[in-house]
Design a protein around this ligand. Structure first.
Ligand code: AP5
Length: 215
């Protein structure tokens, strides 16, 4: 059966960083709802324009739009063995819909690592984040600087600061996370899928704990 790992946690906890490493280590696809929206914004699609209007305010994109986007993404061939899913689901409605989508594929959520970090850490991390324009590789000016300022080590593309990483937008995103996404902690705990991971450790240590917990 295909493997679907859902990474849960607040903005800046390190989900994207860990998802990219886990996808490489496990040979599973990486599905990031945030990256999918950002690709659409870059390509100036209708979905991108709509998503941007919510993202810039730190709000969630409506469930039906997000679910339809992930439903399409999961049918692509790189997901045949499963995926590391980061940023989705983010509401109980999305979680129920995801269960149905996977059920239709004869699969289910395998495990849900919940990466935790205190608010001050989230603000420091998002405030210093640099993302790569081409493929979303993630850096931090202090914790994970690129070799050459402003340039991605991996694909040489430009690094930029996300519009939604302004301090006031991050504060809003954290509030939205607490109200709308936190209920998923209990949702997956009740289903016996939740694995708590301390995100306030060096990246390599977080990866080590994730891999050990997922074995
Ligand atoms: P999305 O892109 O999903 O953002 P997020 O969930 O808020 O998470 P982030 O990407 O900010 O953080 P992360 O946990 O991935 O941390 P990262 O690894 O980058 O969503 C953006 C927006 O899109 C939402 O606000 C919403 O509008 C919309 N959206 C997306 N999905 C949606 C959905 N399902 N439904 C509705 N709307 C949706 O790390 C952060 C920084 O810390 C980096 O600089 C990194 O280098 C550094 N770092 C990482 N780990 C460590 C470590 N262990 N030690 C030190 N530094 C570290």
């Amino acid at each position: 059966m295909a493997t679907y790992i859902v990474l849960l946690g607040p903005p800046g906890a390190g989900k994207g960083t860990q998802a990219k490493i886990l996808a490489q280590t496990t040979n599973l696809a990486h599905i990031s709802s945030g990256d999918l929206f950002r690709e659409n914004i870059t390509n100036q699609t209708e979905l991108g324009k709509l998503a941007k209007s919510y993202m810039d305010k730190g709000e969630l994109v409506p469930d039906d739009i997000t679910i339809a986007m992930v439903r399409e993404r999961i049918t692509r061939s790189d997901c045949k063995n499963g995926a590391i899913v980061d940023g989705f689901p983010r509401t109980p409605i999305q979680a129920d819909a995801f269960e149905k989508i996977l059920d239709g594929l004869g699969a289910a959520v395998t495990a849900v690592p919940y990466v935790t970090a205190a608010e001050a850490v989230l603000i420091e991390r998002t405030g210093g984040r640099w993302s790569c324009r081409a493929q979303g590789h993630i850096y931090h000016k202090k914790f994970n600087p690129p070799k050459q300022e402003g340039i991605c080590d991996i694909d040489g593309s430009e690094l930029y600061q996300r519009d939604d990483d302004k301090e006031e937008t991050v504060a809003k995103r954290i509030r939205v996370y607490l109200e709308r996404t936190m209920p998923l902690v209990e949702y997956y705990r009740k289903r016996g899928k939740l694995i708590e991971i301390n995100g306030v450790q060096p990246v390599e240590q977080v990866t080590k704990e994730l891999l050990a917990a997922l074995k």
